[in-house]
Design a protein around this ligand. Structure first.
Ligand code: IPE
Ligand code: IPE
Ligand code: MG
Length: 253
């Protein structure tokens, strides 16, 4: 993929095409990045945090308002314990180091995924990050940690069933909108653009409900190398798509 920054309105039309409001990213390829350099996998994860910082900074500059990043999946527990604990340590260090600045910059942080089963120190830190930024609304950073799309949907279904059992929700009132109210992403619009780095072509259980109509962009860039120009490239790609949502192409008769 070319890394040359492309202007957002590249192409025939003079008008600026709308960019994505919400971008979701599967940050993949840290291990391969490290392996290619003869480094331990943890070194790739450390450089991955740098790429995350760059991306959080670049996103609002490129007109993005919501950024959701996949940082640890419910399936990642299958990795060696040392790697799992390195990943937890990095989340902790990221929040501890960046929370103050993000708070000042008007970023609202939300952590989506299963909170139960997280070590107490991580759960407390995540609660604190959400609480301390809950008044912010300039930019929304959602971190998917201990997240799995199926797990989220099952948890939502269980909470919905509870609401019905309590008599707070009638069976007739269950529709897509009502269901979405039980997901971790309540009040967050669906992602317009979903990017996966490292040349893998799968969702790996990310945002299964929310990505129903997302435009998908796959790039060979390994996550630690991801930067503003790679993000711009994905946005340009997005802007060349026609989103039809099941309708006929615009201008068709
Ligand atoms: C992404 O990089 C980070 C996580 C999944 C936590 P990987 O660790 O999956 O890197 P590869 O896929 O082995 O290169
Ligand atoms: C997906 O990457 C999860 C995250 C990026 C956190 P994986 O590297 O775990 O996905 P698979 O195992 O290749 O599908
Ligand atoms: Mg991977």
């Amino acid at each position: 993929m070319s890394h040359a920054p492309a202007p957002a309105s590249e192409g025939a039309g003079a008008e600026r095409l709308p960019g994505p409001q919400h971008v979701a990213i599967i940050m993949d390829g840290n291990g391969r990045w490290a392996k290619a350099r003869g480094l331990p996998r943890a070194a790739g994860h450390e450089r991955g945090v740098e790429a995350l910082r760059r991306t959080v900074e670049a996103a609002p500059e490129l007109g993005i308002r919501y950024l959701t990043v996949f940082s640890f999946s419910t399936e990642n527990w299958r990795r060696p314990a040392a790697e799992v604990s390195a990943l937890f340590g990095l989340l902790k260090a990221y929040v501890q180091r960046d929370l103050g600045r993000l708070k000042k910059e008007g970023v609202r942080i939300r952590v989506i995924g299963r909170r139960e089963g997280l070590p107490a120190d991580i759960a407390d830190l995540v609660d604190k990050a959400e609480r301390e930024t809950e008044e912010n609304s300039d930019f929304f950073l959602n971190i998917a940690f201990n997240y799995g799309g199926r797990e989220e949907i099952v948890r939502a279904a269980s909470r919905l069933a509870e609401a019905v059992q309590r008599g707070d929700l009638s069976l007739e009132a269950i529709d897509e909108r009502a269901f979405e109210g039980f997901l971790d992403t309540i009040d967050i619009p669906d992602p317009d653009l979903l990017i996966r780095t490292s040349g893998e072509y799968r969702l790996s259980n990310f945002l299964l409900w929310q990505a129903a109509y997302s435009e998908l962009v796959f790039t060979d860039v390994l996550w630690p190398d991801f930067d503003k120009s790679a993000l711009q490239q994905a946005i340009t790609d997005f802007q060349s798509r026609e989103r039809r949502f099941g309708a006929v192409p615009s201008g068709a008769r």
